[in-house]
Design a protein around this ligand. Structure first.
Ligand SMILES: [Ca+2]
Length: 282
């Protein structure tokens, strides 16, 4: 298993961040397996990936525990000293990072960040990004929460395309976890695919075409018993689509990054390998 974590201060001289390095690992893991003579079971250690392995009925989040005792490795000719760190599961749903963590050169104040121009998020994130069919943005994986939601605003210029995908980047025959979520546009209408591990279910919203050049708001809510998609914050039942996940699995456990606007994974090939009832579109 390979895990990359950001060590504050350690990478100040490089422009490559941890997420970028993780993607490079994902893209070249097969080459790495051959070069190193090992099998890579997992990129990003995820103790929450196997449903209910640690948290029977509750949410599960990975945290990094660092020891103050260094980790020495002795060989015949050299010695190496590193940081002793373990990834542990916590039965809680932790989504938001601490508010004082300011990104992109922002300055932490008492309870907020003072951000540089162009970074409008509460933690100085970029809140809007455009895609032209050949790019994607990466965000951290989604924790396995008992109740979770995701909201976004989109202005689609085409009728068909992938809005977001979070799930496996390849078939893992050892762990065999097939959970994924994808939101896409099909003929101008939003379609949500969700697989908790025992079958893919989907929601289609055909109330209004979203590829009209206007800004549209999408809310997705999911729990262990229901999956819901709402468009443009409409309170009428016609704007709401609801379904239940396919049992017996109850949680969305995903290890890969959330990919927005496209995917670095060949989803067409992956769909053929996975046991998905419906595959995400490219
Ligand atoms: Ca699951």
């Amino acid at each position: 298993m390979i895990a990359l974590w950001h060590a504050p201060g350690a990478l100040t001289s490089t422009k490559i961040n941890v997420k970028t390095l993780s993607v490079i690992f994902c893209l070249f893991f097969q080459q790495l397996e051959i070069e190193l003579g090992v099998e890579v079971v997992m990129i990003n250690i995820d103790e929450c990936l196997i449903e209910k392995a640690f948290c029977s009925e509750l949410s599960c989040t990975n945290i990094l525990n660092k020891s103050e005792v260094p980790y020495p490795v002795y060989t015949n000719t050299s010695s190496f000293v590193g940081v002793k760190a373990f990834v542990d599961p916590v039965c809680e749903c932790q989504i938001n990072p601490p508010k004082t963590k300011c990104l992109n050169g922002g300055t932490p104040l008492e309870d907020r960040c003072e951000c540089n121009p162009g970074f409008e998020g509460p933690n100085c994130e970029i809140l809007s990004v455009g895609f032209h069919g050949d790019g994607w943005a990466l965000y951290p994986p989604i924790p396995a929460c008992k109740e979770a939601s995701l909201s976004l605003d989109i202005t689609p210029m085409k009728d068909d395309g992938l809005i977001l995908y979070v799930g496996p980047i390849r078939r893992n025959t050892v762990l065999n976890v097939q959970d994924f979520m994808s939101l896409e546009l099909k003929d101008g209408y939003p379609r949500l695919l969700m697989d908790y591990g025992s079958g893919t279910t989907f929601l289609e919203h055909k109330q209004s075409r979203l590829s009209d050049g206007k800004l549209h708001h999408i809310d997705i809510f999911w729990t262990n018993t229901s999956i819901e998609m709402k468009v443009d914050s409409c309170q009428m039942s016609s704007c709401l689509r609801l379904t239940t996940p396919i049992k017996p699995n109850e949680f969305l456990n995903v290890n890969g990054p959330l990919q927005l606007g496209g995917s670095f994974v060949d989803l067409a090939s992956l769909s053929k390998e996975m046991l998905w009832n419906y595959g995400p579109i490219r």
